[in-house]
Design a protein around this ligand. Structure first.
Ligand SMILES: C[S@@+](CC[C@H](N)C(=O)[O-])C[C@H]1O[C@@H](n2cnc3c(N)ncnc32)[C@H](O)[C@@H]1O
Length: 299
């Protein structure tokens, strides 16, 4: 009677047989060649100017995809600044009598820092769209907003830039920005943003909208304040980016463009990129890439 082979015995027999060893070696060589060939092809597709292949699963609960898509009738562009001043700042510019005496000694004369805030995508899109209103979602110290204001001025455009930010930064940001003061635990990020905007003399073009992105975006939708150009650069986790992108799209003017940073990051397909791709898939829109920036036009 033949002895039944125990799987481990089969393995040992298999690996000790010399000719089998040689075949295995050849097989391994062949496999690594094939793997290298396809990896190389795939990496070429990752070239930031081209869109990598997207595989997006739709969530099984359609409610998760539902956002408000209809907003109020548009406020005319020339009334946008006044509308924001009236509704948030009691009709006065927040830059009037700025900085207040208690904060003045705590502010740096100028402290501007951003990420990809002066990339070529800004000029490309501003030239293309000629925006009367830009809505920036996530402004921090104002680097990208100031860059956009410089560009619109250079191009002789009369553009209002609304900067939505709660000016809290993110947990842990103080480790890197110790020089931004706080008073009784309240970090002076909005004041430093305003100081920067004042320093470069762009207080007419730029206004802060100091609320959470969700509440500010639904409020602008309610008011009928739309953006010709909307930059999405606040929370970079999937859920934040997903909500911001959807809510921003509702206040994007027809023919407008929405864009944002950090399409390729360490978070890879778990954060911004996943949200952008899912959004494009749901709406049937095309994502274009410009370095680290993603760009989506209105349908
Ligand atoms: C990456 S920074 C923006 C950088 C800026 N666009 C630049 O390049 O100069 C992100 C900003 O988003 C703001 N932010 C994050 N989540 C937010 C939320 N849910 N509501 C309001 N602001 C938020 C933070 O306070 C921070 O200032």
């Amino acid at each position: 009677m033949k002895e039944a082979h125990h799987p481990r015995k089969i393995l040992i027999m298999f690996t000790t047989n010399k000719s089998t060893k040689a075949s295995l070696y050849l097989l391994l060589l062949l496999l690594s060649y094939i793997l290298g060939f396809y990896t190389g092809k795939h990496l070429n597709k990752q070239n930031p100017t081209q869109l990598p292949e997207i595989h997006v699963e739709l969530p099984p609960y359609p409610d998760l995809l539902r956002f408000r898509t209809l907003c109020s009738d548009p406020v005319p562009s020339k009334l946008v600044r006044k509308t924001i001043l009236d509704r948030i700042f009691n009709g006065n510019s927040p830059f009037q009598s700025f900085p207040p005496a208690h904060a003045s000694p705590l502010l740096r004369r100028k402290r501007i820092k951003g990420w990809g805030s002066t990339g070529p995508v800004f000029e490309t899109l501003i030239r293309k769209v000629q925006p009367k209103t830009i809505i920036e979602i996530g402004s921090f110290l104002g680097a990208s907003a100031i860059h956009m204001a410089e560009l619109t001025r250079k191009l002789n455009l009369r553009t209002q830039i609304l900067c939505i930010d709660d000016f809290r930064g993110w947990p842990g940001f103080r480790d890197r920005f110790r020089d931004i003061s706080s008073v009784n635990g309240d970090v002076l990020l909005m004041y430093q943003f305003m100081q920067n905007v004042g320093y470069v003399n762009r207080t007419e073009e730029i206004l802060p909208v100091p609320f959470s992105t969700n509440s500010a975006l639904s409020w602008l939708c309610e008011l009928g304040v739309y953006g010709y150009l909307i930059e999405v650069d606040a929370g970079h986790d999937f859920h934040s980016a997903w909500a911001d992108i959807n809510m921003a799209y509702a206040i994007l003017r027809p023919g407008g463009v929405m864009f944002g940073h950090d399409y390729f990051t360490g978070a890879d397909d778990r954060g911004v990129r996943r949200a952008v791709n899912l959004f494009a898939r749901v709406k049937g829109l095309r994502v274009e890439l410009d370095g680290q920036h993603w760009v989506i036009g209105s349908s």
